[in-house]
Design a protein around this ligand. Structure first.
Ligand SMILES: [Zn+2]
Ligand SMILES: [Zn+2]
Length: 441
């Protein structure tokens, strides 16, 4: 399901929102979260949470005592006491000026000095310029593949984002300490076998994550659990196979034997076709029957069995029995299209020395950091745009209301509510990966 994010293009998502709401006001929308769908058939339907950015002209509620000419109103003879407010009659520009790339005294780069939440990267100037251009072009052109294009840069340049590192510096020690406390407090842990310990550890990690007050919306366990390993390991793979292929390959390296079923229209289908031609995957009839059957339910396997075979009590027994049926491939061919089945292959001998587990972990970390980085940059930039009008017309605002983003963390929830306009406007995001909103009252 995770793979859906990024395949609904921003402008297409905006069209969809306009179509569903029967309006024409949304210019940019992106998939923020996959909330659900049909497991195993994710192209049939997904429940998506969409972040929407509107181009609508601000139509503030008239404030008693203030004179406002609504842009929607018919032109009427405006008296001297009802001046037309600059900015209301023209459509706001779509351009967002996040500010010029600015070097800090210690040689880091601030990417968005005009924003309320600034992002600072430690890297060479060339990379900083490249990253800034990419992020701003994503803002201007609704590029949806910002993350796709940025991930290889982050992975290969060892770029560090200070705000993300600061977050990790504060919260990782607390997270790890909490896990150790939970282990020490658990009677089961001391005597548990290896498998049970894995199970318990997953439970402890969940509890330790839940105890964190400031939670960016991302794969937080990946961010706090792992650290990037030597990025040069990835380089050899990327040089040989290209970024997309390595990305797809490493996403599934945790379960290399899994058979992936991808209909021709599946967004990932092209990527798997490419793995096939690069020798990193095999397809359909080349995949062992047992691996294909591993994803079948017992009931489905019973339907494949010839008369007299079965019923099956356990999956392993069913797979073994069916594998020995002489015409099992023909039987399977009636219920699945072999062309839609793909399975990863091991890397060739020359990469035998690579610890794929470690590379996969490092890659997942880079992915998480990239998504967090891009998401935070976009949120801070759009905040700038949303308030350009109100910042120029403070008289129209009586106060601000902080609204929590979905899955807002305890820290953000504590900020929810109204604040009077006499206090400075709360600036979002409140932290990296925060998707809360502030709206004028
Ligand atoms: Zn938060
Ligand atoms: Zn928040």
């Amino acid at each position: 399901m995770k793979d859906c994010v990024g395949y609904l293009k921003a402008d297409l998502a905006a069209d969809m929102v306009n179509w569903v709401t029967n309006t024409d006001w949304c210019v940019y929308a992106e998939v923020a979260e996959i909330l659900g769908g049909y497991e195993g058939a994710d192209t049939l339907g997904c429940l998506l949470e969409i972040t929407v950015y509107s181009e609508v002209e601000p139509t503030p509620t008239p404030i008693p005592g203030a004179s406002v000419v609504s842009p929607a109103a018919e032109p009427s003879p405006a008296s001297e006491s009802e001046p037309r407010i600059a900015g209301l009659s023209t459509k706001p520009s779509r351009s967002i000026d996040t500010g010029k790339l600015t070097v800090t005294p210690d040689g880091a780069w601030i990417l968005n000095p005009n924003c309320g939440f600034r992002l600072t990267i430690e890297t060479g100037k060339d990379v900083a310029v490249q990253v800034k251009a990419l992020l701003d072009s994503r803002l201007r052109e609704n590029l949806y593949d910002g993350e796709e294009r940025l991930a290889p840069i982050i992975a290969r340049s060892n770029l560090r984002c200070r705000e993300i590192e600061e977050y990790v510096c504060i919260w990782r020690p607390r997270y790890l300490k909490r896990i150790e406390e939970l282990k020490a407090a658990s009677e089961e842990w001391a005597t548990a076998g290896e498998m049970d310990r894995d199970d318990l550890l997953a439970q402890f990690k969940g509890q330790a994550l839940a105890a964190i007050d400031v939670r960016p919306r991302c794969d937080l366990d990946v961010l706090l659990d792992s650290e990037p390993v030597n990025a040069t390991i990835d380089d050899a793979l990327v040089d040989r196979y290209g970024f997309d292929a390595v990305d797809t390959y490493l996403q599934h390296i945790g379960k290399p034997a899994k058979v992936h079923r991808l209909a021709p229209t599946h967004p990932q289908r092209q990527r798997y076709e490419s793995l096939l031609t690069k020798g990193l995957a095999r397809r359909g009839s080349d995949i062992p029957v047992a691996a294909i059957l591993a994803d079948f339910k017992l009931k489905e396997m019973a339907q494949l069995a010839p008369p007299g075979l079965g019923p099956f009590g356990r999956k392993a027994a069913a797979i073994q029995a069916l594998t020995n049926v002489p015409d099992i491939r023909e039987r399977l061919g009636k219920v699945v299209a072999f062309r839609e089945l793909f399975q990863l292959l091991p890397l060739p001998e020359e990469f035998a020395g690579i610890d794929l587990g470690a590379v996969g972990t490092s890659w997942a970390y880079t992915r998480t950091v990239t998504n967090l980085f891009v998401g935070t940059y976009m949120k801070a930039a759009w905040e700038l745009r949303s308030f350009a009008f109100y910042d120029e017309n403070p008289d129209l605002v009586r106060g601000w209301e902080v609204r929590p983003g979905s899955k807002a963390c305890p820290y953000c929830v504590s900020k929810v509510g109204r604040v009077p306009s006499s206090t400075p406007r709360p600036r979002v995001p409140f932290h990296i990966g925060c998707y809360c909103d502030v709206v004028p009252v």
